[in-house]
Design a protein around this ligand. Structure first.
Ligand code: XMP
Length: 430
């Protein structure tokens, strides 16, 4: 079956990803191409049914206004031209907030089949993976986050026991996370899963280190070392699975899109460990990754996870990490998540977590003075993590969470709520 598709030529609009997502939501696969893509190359794109030329605010590159190649209009395909206000003020209308009716009408004018859905994606991707992998073996670092979990489930469906997953427990995971990874992948799905308990190793390396960037570097470098050791123990593995998703690729910068940040998923693997990459999610947006995971039978609690930083709870246990404060972060985070779930906020608030600073304050416990740590609650909403606003939690919910943390988490005598938006604050505390 040929997949119909709409190409978006990128003239530097920040709206391109949104348009691509909306076209896909209307049932037609869509991809973003560089503005100067050769019309001959477009002609080769399988299933191409229409082209959207979208002007934008970043349409000046090196002092020159950029444009698509004229031949684009001579391919015999319907072309929808849109521009942002200020981009081409004289000739084109502005791109409206509600673009769905326009896109819907455009898709109808192409006459293409609306055949983009998760089941079709999975069927096609499984075929592609089988073709790429052949009889070779694949290795995957399975953190338990949404992306690596969905990659694991997809690879498992495609190549079964030729996939080996490695789950490294660096001691900075959320409560119950390593157990869930083992339960779901090893016990329920029957995957080859190597579980590495590297808790002591990481915490020993981190002992006494208080600088946030230094902590991040140690966690990242140690992760690669542990993963590399496991990889070397295995024979004959040629491929490495990666949880790269479409926004990672878009954000790493096209010619016109401003570079937001560079993404290294398993950056820095040693040169002599040469792997061919397998990136089955690289054309999916985050909500599509979740839908894919659901269609593959992953539990909702795994698919609907909030974003979680690579260095894990390590950047929420402020300053030099100690085991007692790390447990305070882990336990209070579990309570916060449970109460958010009870309040129906799971999946509605973008990110919420707790932080434990490295100073104490005075309290009173059992009629005696106590000198214990505070827990800080953080709950934010954002679209792209570049800016964020705080979630206005209800007082009853805050009281409930506070009461539980004070009663259930040893060593904590105070609970605070962080009201700071990003900017000036960042989402994480370190
Ligand atoms: P900040 O704190 O920069 O966070 O406002 C923005 C988003 O990025 C996540 N984050 C990280 N993710 N490695 C990651 O993989 C990191 O070192 C890291 N630091 C922050 C953070 O959780 C938030 O979603």
């Amino acid at each position: 079956m040929t997949r119909s598709m709409i190409a978006i030529l990128d003239l530097g609009s920040t709206q391109n990803a949104r348009i691509a997502r909306e076209v896909r939501a209307l049932g037609v696969y869509s991809e973003i191409f560089a503005h100067d893509t050769d019309p001959a190359a477009l002609k080769q794109v399988q299933g191409l049914a229409g082209i959207i030329v979208n002007g934008g605010e970043n349409n000046i590159v090196d002092g020159e206004k950029i444009d698509v190649r004229p031949g684009v209009y001579e391919l015999g395909l319907p072309v929808l031209t849109v521009a942002h206000e200020g981009a081409h003020p004289s000739d084109l209308p502005a791109w409206p907030d509600d673009s769905k009716p326009i896109l819907d009408k455009f898709i109808a004018s192409t006459g293409c089949e609306r055949n983009w859905n998760m089941q079709n994606f999975i069927d096609a991707e499984v075929e592609l993976l089988r073709r790429q992998i052949g009889s070779r073996k694949v290795l995957l670092a399975l953190s338990g986050g949404v992306d690596s979990s969905v990659v694991a489930a997809l690879l498992l469906k495609a190549v079964g026991d030729r996939l080996t997953c490695v789950h490294v427990n660096h001691g900075l995971l959320r409560k119950g996370e390593p157990e869930q990874v083992i339960r779901v992948f090893r016990e329920q799905m029957g995957a080859n899963l190597i579980y590495v308990d590297a808790v002591d190793r990481f915490l020993d390396k981190l002992a006494g280190v208080s600088d946030p960037e230094q902590k991040r570097k140690i966690i990242g470098a140690e992760f690669i070392r542990v993963f590399e050791e496991e990889a070397r123990k295995l024979e004959g593995i040629e491929l490495l699975g990666q949880g790269t998703i479409y926004p990672d690729i878009l954000e790493s910068g096209t010619k016109t899109a401003k570079m937001v940040k560079s993404h290294h998923n398993v950056g820095g693997l040693p040169e002599d460990l040469k792997f061919e990459l397998v990136e089955p999610l690289k054309m999916l947006f985050k909500d599509e990754v979740r839908a894919c995971g659901r269609a593959l039978g992953l539990p909702e609690s795994m698919v609907d996870r909030q974003p979680f930083p690579g260095p894990g709870l390590g950047v929420r246990c402020l300053g030099a990490i100690t085991r007692d404060r790390l447990e305070m972060v882990r336990e209070s985070d579990a309570i916060l998540r449970e109460e958010f779930k009870n309040a129906g906020l799971q999946g509605k608030v973008w990110q919420y977590f707790t932080v434990v600073p490295d100073f104490k304050s005075t309290g009173v416990r059992n009629h005696a003075r106590a000198f214990e740590y505070p827990v800080i609650l953080r709950a934010v909403n954002t679209v792209d993590a570049m800016t964020a606003t705080i979630e206005e939690l209800s007082w009853p919910l805050m009281h409930k969470v506070t009461d539980r943390i004070l009663a259930e988490v040893p060593g904590v005598c105070r609970v605070l709520y962080d009201l700071s938006p990003k900017p000036v604050a960042t989402i994480e505390w370190e």
